[in-house]
Write a protein that binds this ligand. Structure first.
Ligand SMILES: Nc1ncnc2c1ncn2[C@@H]1O[C@H](COP(=O)(O)OP(=O)(O)OP(=O)(O)O)[C@@H](O)[C@H]1O
Ligand SMILES: [Mg+2]
Length: 317
């Protein structure tokens, strides 16, 4: 396994003090949805480490150019799509303009935002393959103010095959989203569970990779391969690519197993591991059915607060 990158933020940045910690009053003002806060332990921090100070982000004067983050792990079902939706919604709550890119032919990101992929007339596939489709034909607003979606469906799997023979095939996504980067503060690309051409496209245009990692023993195995791919993309296609952070998901503080896995992850990746940890809760599958982010569906739940904490860390990094 490759060594972790150096610490991503300095004590200067921590001391920047643009804003103070969120007051309980601010927290209470967010209402709506149910709450599981009473039944779930909260405030988990990766074991063996004190919580770092992360300022609440201040308002922005203007928007863009966007930081592009690839939400990436070739292991399936680790929370990539869930994290894309909920990090995006939490960033939007902090006044950031966000574009979510569904770059998985399964279209789960689109479904999770209440869009039926098979009913779409235009998707990211048309944008990639047809010259006369413009990005504004495909981008659609979501129920979250300030957050838009570039949807996909199964057609995208054909694009992966067709792109193989194209010149500059790895830069296709980068070319596609370039015209709108100035409008957004963050573009989050939900990758498919593979390290194939679509994922390489996401890595080739990203500023950072955010790796959701399920707190389960076997999930550590795949990370070495992912790091290897990231290094190759850094060398050959995109020197600016960084690892933004590793997000522990499906964390169950009641089991020794997840705590042990978490300890190993922190040993291996140190400061790259976000303080924010996403607990395993049935609230997330519920939100998929509802077609809404947890920040709206269960606004005061532990899960919603965890994604807000993640958003603050992402903005600070
Ligand atoms: N913290 C969590 N606790 C419990 N269930 C979760 C959590 N996060 C995600 N899930 C559920 O686990 C399943 C997989 O999550 P998700 O689709 O986000 O993973 P993924 O990595 O995008 O999967 P794929 O690799 O298939 O794209 C979904 O049913 C989702 O609702
Ligand atoms: Mg997914």
């Amino acid at each position: 396994m490759s060594n972790p990158q150096p610490v991503l933020w300095s004590s200067d940045e921590q001391a920047d003090g643009r804003a103070s910690e969120e007051s309980p009053e601010q927290g209470r003002r967010r209402s709506g949805g149910g709450s599981d806060a009473a039944t779930e332990p909260s405030g988990e921090v990766p074991p063996g480490r004190p919580r770092r100070h992360v300022p609440v982000p201040g308002p922005l004067d203007g928007h863009g150019p966007a930081t592009v983050l690839a939400m990436c792990n070739q292991k399936g079902g680790v929370g990539k799509t869930t994290s894309t939706i909920n990090l995006g919604a939490a960033l939007a709550e902090y006044g950031r303009r966000v574009l979510l890119v569904d770059f998985d032919p399964q279209g789960a990101l689109s479904v999770g935002l209440g869009v039926q992929p098979h009913q779409l007339e235009t998707t990211i596939y048309n944008l990639i393959m047809e010259r006369n489709t413009t990005i504004d034909d495909v981008i659609r607003p979501t129920s979250v103010e300030g957050m838009d979606l570039l949807p996909s469906n199964i057609d995208l799997s054909a694009a992966e095959v067709q792109l193989v023979t194209e010149v500059g095939r790895e830069q296709t996504l980068g070319r596609t989203i370039a015209p709108v980067l100035d409008r957004y503060d963050y573009v989050l690309v939900d990758c498919q569970p593979s390290l194939g051409l679509l994922t390489v496209n996401a890595l080739a245009c990203a500023d950072g990779v955010l790796i959701p990692l399920e707190c389960e023993f076997f999930s550590l195995r795949g990370v070495a391969l992912l790091m290897d791919t990231i290094e190759k993309v850094q060398d050959r296609l995109n020197p600016k690519l960084e690892i933004t952070g590793i997000l522990a998901t499906m964390y169950d503080p009641r089991t020794l197993h997840t705590r042990e896995v978490m300890t190993r992850v922190v040993e291996a990746f140190g400061e790259l591991v976000f303080d924010a940890v996403i607990n395993r809760t049935v609230r997330f599958p519920e939100t998929t059915v509802a077609g809404e982010p947890i920040t709206r569906w269960a606004s005061r739940s532990t899960g919603a607060e965890a994604y807000r904490a993640l958003a603050r860390e992402v903005i600070a990094r």
